[in-house]
Ligand binder design. Sequence first.
Ligand code: C2E
Ligand code: MG
Ligand code: MG
Ligand code: MG
Length: 288
Amino acid sequence: SAKKQGRNRHCWFDEIMEKELQTRNSLETEMRAGIPKGEFVPYYEQQIDLATGKLTGFEMLCRWESRTQGLISPEIFIPIAEETGMIGDLSLSVLRQSFENARHWDPSLTISVNISPIQLLDPWLAQKIVKLLVETGFPPNRLEIEITESSLFENLSLAQSIIGSLKNQGIKIALDDFGTGYSSLAHLRALPFDRIKIDRSFVTSILLNPESKAIVKAITGLGESLGMAITAEGIEDKETESELRTIGCAKGQGWYYGRPLSIEQTRAVLAERNLLPAKQVDVITVPQ
Ligand code: C2E
Ligand code: MG
Ligand code: MG
Ligand code: MG
């Protein structure tokens, strides 16, 4: 009967929702245990000076090396970390690892890190990051912090004050994924960004879609007038790279230069390019 069918269908949806909830709960439990075990690790995506082809640094992208499920994408675990309040600890754990890694690289190389909007609600965020920099000995002027525009909605004055403190330390601030979501030109006035990152969706379609190309050109010009550097995200082929070079976009990153690399793979790339000092020289302080 229809009534019976309806009830069955109802049960079936309940079962799916129950399963999803269980999966999520067990992921959450595994994440909580995984943070102190060092299962969340930095991967590195190369950033390139488009005019010279030189490697300028890396964007750190977090990965979860789960014992039970293998390598897990941030698209899956970052939202869970944000909802459960784990994001702060998780982020500090991967930031510490990446500062410790990058401190041994050539001093010309910068590192960009992503900070969640939730973290910009923590009044102690700047102090926590500065403490990590001091403890690891990584210079603040080689660090760039990427935030998205959604960071500015919840508590703009707190975000402004945190970002002011970070900038006072010499840390640079980039606006990530610009042109998507809730983009507003007013945001470019609300905070003194050092860099705008043009969202991958415009870059990917630049060769096929004249509107995308016009938008990339306009953002590049805007950056120039506002004194903000520009990075194009999501470059996947040579033709896109050369189009961006023609437009005058200064920096780029994307799969054309390789997928995000583990620390071992990153060291291999750096060694090949002579960007890894052969030997760590310890500073010896002579007692007076
Ligand atoms: P995002 O910061 O905008 O990072 C760019 C994403 O695009 C990365 O995905 C990267 O692997 C991918 N990508 C780069 N080049 C290409 C390309 O040429 N083609 C395509 N199709 N994709 C490309 P990923 O690593 O999965 O990261 C996704 C998002 O997760 C990041 O977006 C960032 O918002 C967030 N995320 C990653 N690590 C962290 C972290 O440590 N903390 C926080 N709060 N968020 C993070
Ligand atoms: Mg980013
Ligand atoms: Mg991005
Ligand atoms: Mg993104």
